[in-house]
Design a binder for this molecule. Structure first.
Ligand SMILES: Nc1nc2c(c(=O)[nH]1)N[C@H]1C(S)=C(S)[C@@H](COP(=O)(O)OP(=O)(O)OC[C@H]3O[C@@H](n4cnc5c(=O)[nH]c(N)nc54)[C@H](O)[C@@H]3O)O[C@H]1N2
Ligand SMILES: Nc1nc2c(c(=O)[nH]1)N[C@H]1C(S)=C(S)[C@@H](COP(=O)(O)OP(=O)(O)OC[C@H]3O[C@@H](n4cnc5c(=O)[nH]c(N)nc54)[C@H](O)[C@@H]3O)O[C@H]1N2
Ligand code: SF4
Ligand SMILES: [Mo]
Length: 716
């Protein structure tokens, strides 16, 4: 990543290159929450996708793309794209017509719901879809199928951040500030985020702050590329962040680095925090976290003495059985030092999926209705019932969360529609997930490539790729943006939203699903979100195009949107005050012991995206990173007599995986790291712990106990 002088490119005039015989489709990357702007180059003659160039006019990425971004377009003409519906006949998936496929789906839905009740048909969806599709799938579940059992992959991703923000500041917008604010911070504390690999185009913003003299503190058990350039790297033992933050707060209080005025007037709960953290002395915290006293003190002072600063975090602190509370504790650092509501002062989670933000606002979550409304709130139910034109009693209550939904397959839930997720790679204990899926009476999957999960389905429906889908997403900043779709559906592929509407039609629920375009759906979403926390009612497609996106809340057409939250220091509780909550350190659900003496943590590499079903098919990316591996500290490797490249077997209480060793000093000696982008015999999720955070229901992907064995064996 180049060293940018200035991360704010919005002033720069730039026109897309015009080439003969080509047109440019103005859109955004389908991968991470940065939602970088790109022009897709399309042949005017054949409508084929030819290539891509970054957009200079979109302020987030100003003329840059990361390795995944530059190759994402290669999905469009990929020869492995699904081009026909598939139906399982005599054990094999064979080509079928839409008529056959939809008839079968509808008859199975009716049969299962007739026999076992409405909730026996479930939906498991995903946040790589546009807001329009996420909204529609939530509505389809509730009043198309009448089931309470819908949840989505964001449960594994953004759910702890959501609970943490809601319980502390009363609203869940991933970032309090626009990204252009980052450069005004005097200190950045980045915890559990491999920013350089997972949100690469955030790095120019961090460089922007560094250019102005900002200090950088990174909390990560690994010396990631981001930690490498930090002033202080707190190389924390996985699962101990609550203790670490208590230790930092202890020093901030002891050395009078608290913003008394802010705490007094705009928060509740400080005295309890002071009392609880009193026993978290630097020595005790060093013992728990494995981080030295000197580094803990240096970081606390660096953060406390800076006027402006931001705390930013990601799944490294969130995918834990106490992930929600860890988020709240990190936010406490900003609250007690008054670093909120200004340029360069605030907090953010790095939103994971492209639409990880919007996807958690409009009703894909089982406990939620559009506009970030609670499905149990009578007023919210009455309002949405009116928008949808149904009786309130027709809207079911909350159902099962994502992993619980998988566990219920074959029991409470007998039929499943999987759309935009690949749990056979991404869910914990993938071995048992296979067993659950096989217990289903009927399983239909919608994807553009045959994923490890779709392979097990009774019916597979061919979706379009994102380039062919018009719609909006909401990026890491809370900025709603418009993606233009190409007018084509190769082979027999079909847009997801149309498929849902057609199934609804056949179920006799068509009158609730009359849309001619994604914009029609968005117009309904605007109304459905009105006066909700995530209020999109003032946003139109025209405005999105004109303004390079609009930050929610945006309650009226005249309103310009809300780039920065809490400028008025009002938090979303009746008394307007933020809630400082305090947390005792308990540690991860599974602790190391004699039999399983090492910690395993899992995550990502820059070249692959999530379950890998998209990026593993792109040759350029596959070549750069063809298989998983395990990072082992040289000291540990020496002790165990493991050499670089040798095959080792990692074993947890739930499963095992054989991978080559990568001996590297970037990782702590007590910890191993394995990336999770592969399935079947290459899936690290055979080992991970399905223990859930009781508040957010996120699985503890970031810590489990393992042992390691040398093996001569290659993988099967
Ligand atoms: N290249 C790439 N980019 C992506 C994605 C992708 O798959 N590939 N996925 C997108 C999505 S959906 C997401 S959710 C984000 C994820 O983005 P990140 O959360 O940044 O990615 P991870 O690799 O899961 O984990 C981040 C870091 O957490 C550290 N970590 C592990 N355990 C702990 C702990 O206990 N405490 C602390 N402080 N740190 C810990 C790991 O060492 C790792 O460096 O990335 C998005 N961007
Ligand atoms: N061990 C471990 N496991 C993890 C994590 C971890 O850090 N460690 N991270 C977790 C996180 S943060 C996440 S977000 C999950 C993600 O896990 P998954 O939800 O499995 O991720 P994807 O690979 O994005 O799956 C999306 C699937 O839908 C398809 N798809 C993409 N776009 C569309 C669309 O518009 N329509 C349709 N119909 N299909 C589409 C893709 O081809 C792909 O097969 O993994 C989680 N699992
Ligand atoms: S940083 Fe994220 S949005 Fe930008 S090009 Fe890379 S994957 Fe795409
Ligand atoms: Mo994610």
């Amino acid at each position: 990543m180049g060293h940018a002088q200035n991360a704010d490119y919005s002033q720069r005039a730039y026109d897309a290159i015009e080439r003969q015989g080509e047109k440019n489709l103005v859109t955004h990357c389908c991968f991470c929450g940065m939602q970088c702007g790109m022009n897709i180059r399309v042949s005017t003659e054949t409508n084929q996708v030819l290539g891509v160039e970054p957009r200079y006019d979109f302020p987030m990425n100003g003329g840059r793309l990361c390795p995944k971004g530059v190759s994402a377009y290669r999905q469009a003409e990929h020869d492995e794209r699904l081009m026909h519906p598939l139906i399982r006949k005599n054990g094999e998936l064979v080509e079928a017509t839409w008529e056959e496929a939809l008839d079968l789906i509808v008859s199975k839905i009716q049969e299962i719901q007739g026999k076992y009740g409405k909730d026996a048909f479930g939906i498991y969806s995903g946040s790589s879809m546009t807001n329009e599709k996420c909204y529609l799938v939530g509505k389809f579940a509730r009043i198309g199928l009448g089931t309470k059992n819908i949840d989505y992959n964001g449960r594994y991703c953004m759910s702890s951040a959501a609970v943490g923000f809601n319980q502390t500041v009363g609203i869940d917008r991933g970032s309090t500030n626009p990204w252009s604010d980052i450069k005004f911070a005097d200190v950045l504390l980045i915890a559990g985020s491999n920013t350089a690999e997972c949100h690469p185009l955030s790095m120019p913003y961090i460089w922007g702050a560094r250019d102005r003299g900002a200090k950088l503190i990174v909390v990560d058990p690994r010396q990631t590329k981001t930690a490498l350039v930090s002033d202080v790297h707190l190389d924390v033992r996985p699962g101990t962040d609550i203790a670490l933050v208590n230790g930092l707060i202890h020093i901030l209080i002891k050395e009078n680095m608290i913003d008394q005025e802010f705490v007094q007037n705009h928060t509740n709960g400080f005295e309890e925090l002071k009392e609880l953290t009193a026993s978290y002395t630097p020595e005790r915290v060093a013992d728990i976290t494995g981080v030295s006293v000197e580094k803990i003190e240096a970081a606390a002072r660096m953060f406390g003495q800076a006027k402006n600063g931001m705390v930013m975090f990601a799944r490294g602190i969130e995918q834990h059985s106490n992930g929600s509370d860890t988020v709240s504790n990190y936010v406490n650092m900003c609250l007690i030092t008054g670093k909120v509501g200004r340029k360069g002062a605030g907090f953010a989670t790095f939103t994971g999926q492209g639409n990880g933000q919007g996807g958690r606002e409009h009703g894909q979550k089982t406990d939620q209705l559009p506009g970030y409304r609670k499905i149990t709130d009578p007023e919210a139910r009455a309002y949405i019932a009116k928008v949808w034109g149904v009786d309130e009693a027709e809207i079911p209550g909350p159902g099962l969360s994502a992993f619980e939904l998988l566990q219920s397959l074959g029991e409470e839930v007998k039929g499943l529609l999987l759309i935009c997720s690949n749990p056979m790679v991404s869910a914990p204990t993938v071995g048992s997930v296979k067993t659950y899926l096989e217990k289903l009476d009927f399983f239909v999957a919608m994807d553009m490539f045959l994923s490890e999960s779709a392979e097990l389905a009774d019916v597979v429906l061919p979706s379009t790729v994102w380039i062919e889908d018009t719609g909006t997403t909401t990026n890491v900043e809370g900025r709603v943006i418009l993606l233009q779709g190409l007018d084509r559906t190769p082979g027999q592929s079909k847009r997801d939203w149309k498929v849902l509407c057609e199934i609804a039609e056949r179920l006799g629920r068509g009158k609730y699903f009359q849309y001619d375009s994604p914009e029609d759906i968005f117009e309904e979403l605007r109304i459905a979100s009105k006066d909700g926390k995530a209020d999109y009612s003032g946003i139109t497609y025209e405005k999105l195009e004109r303004m390079q996106g609009v930050f929610w809340p945006c309650p009226s057409e005249e309103h310009e949107g809300t780039p920065r939250l809490f400028e008025d220091k009002k938090f979303f509780f009746p008394d307007g005050k933020a809630r400082i909550l305090s947390f005792e350190y308990k540690g991860p659900n599974e602790k190391v012991d004699k039999e399983y003496p090492y910690i395993l943590t899992t995550g990502r590499v820059v070249y692959h995206y999530l379950s890998g079903n998209q990026t593993r098919r792109i040759e350029a990316l596959r070549k750069l990173c063809p298989e998983p591996y395990v990072e082992i500290n040289p000291e540990t490797a020496r002790k165990l007599n493991i050499r670089e490249g040798e095959m080792v077997r990692l074993v947890s209480r739930r499963g095992d995986l054989t991978v080559p060793a990568r001996v590297t000093k970037i990782i702590r000696p007590d910890t191993f790291f394995v990336p999770y982008h592969w399935g079947k015999t290459m899936a690290i999720n055979h080992l991970t712990n399905p223990a859930l955070d009781p508040k957010s229901k996120i699985p503890e992907f970031k810590v489990c106990a393992v042992r390691i064995e040398k093996t001569e064996q290659r993988r099967a």
